[in-house]
Design a protein around this ligand. Structure first.
Ligand code: FRU
Length: 461
């Protein structure tokens, strides 16, 4: 079977998958010394969830991935649940031995999820690597954060320059999350808890510039489902903007929705992207897609760049595919100013269903407009201002009477981004046929395709 690995029918061709076995959350996203590390929740022994292990892959460009040996294996404290990684530039933990900076990973030991960890609780643990992430040592005095309650988990760590210490965002239980602080990654003090409506698991926490904000910055907190809060952080307390509440009765905050697709979960952003680049890159697990009869199960979303914008309704994130997708560009069809009469206008075709499409549509008098690709529809209903794809809908206003779409189509997924990343829908599907075509359509009236760029993409494998 070795020779067919990565060439299977339902193997995503430019989204990361494990060679074999189950995959879920992206973990430990960190950039160091020319490599983007992608650790991931992995079951190396089965295509079903379980036996959680940190799988590992590296990439020079966020596009091409090489899977390395597993990084963290289950032990007597538990199986290896989600967490994060950072570069310990100042050697705060004192682990550094050679010329390379230490990479430190904070993860959850999920007690009671294996025979060896019977009766043990969920705790937060530390591991480190002094060889660019190739080998990992678990800290001898684990756990660094003892059990708090229930299945508390998913530590995400970020350096806070103002107070010269590490901050951990942690999931507790229900809709409850917490913040902790540490000078050295080994000892953690509690800052405060926070309750967020409709949110659980995998918090992330990071600072971002406000676009066009003349140096203005805010902190962004996200939950597993990508919903987010924007606010201020003084090193002790995260204070969301007034637009998020809190609810006077319950004290809960209300987060903004990010993606509206069916398969978008466990988002995490990269740590330590160099200041010369300074992008905030987020990766999602495209949770619960179907991959029948494949030696692997589940895929990651394509890495996306987040930017923060002040709008009349408050702060909003935009999310767009990392520009490195252009490295995979193969043949490109471009069209400009095409009148779309009622019905379908064929535009491009390919023997595989790997596309990056950028289209600007002007609905004019039509009731609906959109694209058809790989047998699926990316639709826009003018009256209800809804963008739809694979059975899901997102509210989406036209900008100056236009809808700008960017779509990444792989063998088993479609990610749609509208109006420069203001709205996105990430969903999985199964193609009936690998050969595919791209068409635009208008219904109940004529519309205009202002521009189109449809590129077939090369496989990363
Ligand atoms: C999210 C999650 C995390 C947990 C991990 C276990 O998908 O449930 O909360 O750490 O998956 O695989």
């Amino acid at each position: 079977m070795q020779e067919t690995l990565y060439a299977e029918r339902y193997r995503p061709q430019f989204h990361f998958t494990a060679a074999r076995g189950w995959l879920n959350d992206p973990n430990g996203l960190v950039y160091y010394d020319g490599e983007y590390h992608l650790f991931f929740q992995h079951n190396p022994d089965s295509v079903e969830w379980g036996n959680m292990t940190w799988g590992h892959a590296v990439s020079p460009d966020l596009v091409h991935w090489r899977q390395l040996p597993n990084a963290l294996l289950p032990d007597e404290m538990g199986t290896m649940f989600s967490g994060s990684a950072v570069v310990d530039w100042e050697n705060t933990a004192g682990f550094q031995t050679g010329a390379h900076r230490t990479l430190a990973a904070l993860y959850t030991a999920a007690g009671n999820y294996s025979p060896e960890s019977q009766g043990k609780p969920f705790t937060q643990c530390l591991a480190y690597s002094n060889d660019r992430g190739r080998t990992w040592t678990k800290y001898a005095d684990n756990p660094v954060l003892p059990h708090i309650r229930s299945e508390n988990r998913d530590p995400k760590v970020v350096w806070h320059a103002g107070t010269q210490r590490w901050i951990m965002a942690l999931y507790l239980d229900g809709r409850d999350f917490a913040f902790y602080a540490s000078p050295d990654l080994k000892t953690w003090g509690h800052l405060h808890d926070m309750t967020v409506r409709d949110c659980d698991e995998c918090p992330d926490f990071f600072e971002m510039p406000v676009e066009g904000g003349a140096g203005e910055r805010r902190w962004v907190w996200t939950a597993a489902n990508g919903r987010y809060l924007v606010g201020r952080f003084d090193g002790r307390r995260f204070t969301p903007e007034a637009e998020h509440g809190p609810d006077p009765q319950t004290g809960e905050y209300t987060a903004h929705r990010s993606d509206w697709g069916a398969n978008f979960y466990a988002v995490q952003t990269y740590s330590d992207i160099p200041p010369t680049d300074a992008r905030r890159i987020q990766v999602a697990w495209m949770a619960r897609g179907a991959y029948p009869d494949m030696p692997f199960n589940q895929q990651m979303g394509f890495p996306c760049e987040l930017t923060l914008h002040r709008t009349p309704k408050g702060f909003r994130l935009r999310r767009r595919p990392a520009r490195e997708i252009a490295r995979l560009r193969d043949a490109t069809v471009t069209r400009a100013d095409v009148l779309l009469s009622d019905g379908e206008t064929a535009l491009a075709e390919s023997a595989d269903s790997l596309w990056r499409i950028a289209a600007v549509l002007e609905p004019r008098g039509a009731r609906a407009v959109g694209l058809r690709v790989a047998g699926q529809e990316i639709g826009y209903d003018v009256a209800s201002q809804q963008l739809t794809c694979l059975g899901r809908a997102a509210p989406c206003e036209l900008v100056d009477g236009r809808l700008a779409l960017e779509a990444l189509v792989d063998r088993t997924s479609i990610e749609v981004f509208a109006n420069a990343g203001r709205v996105s829908l990430s969903s999985c599907y199964l193609p009936a046929d690998l050969a595919s075509r791209v068409a635009a359509y208008a219904s109940a009236g004529a519309a205009r395709l202002v521009s189109l760029e449809a590129s077939t993409l090369r496989s990363i494998w």
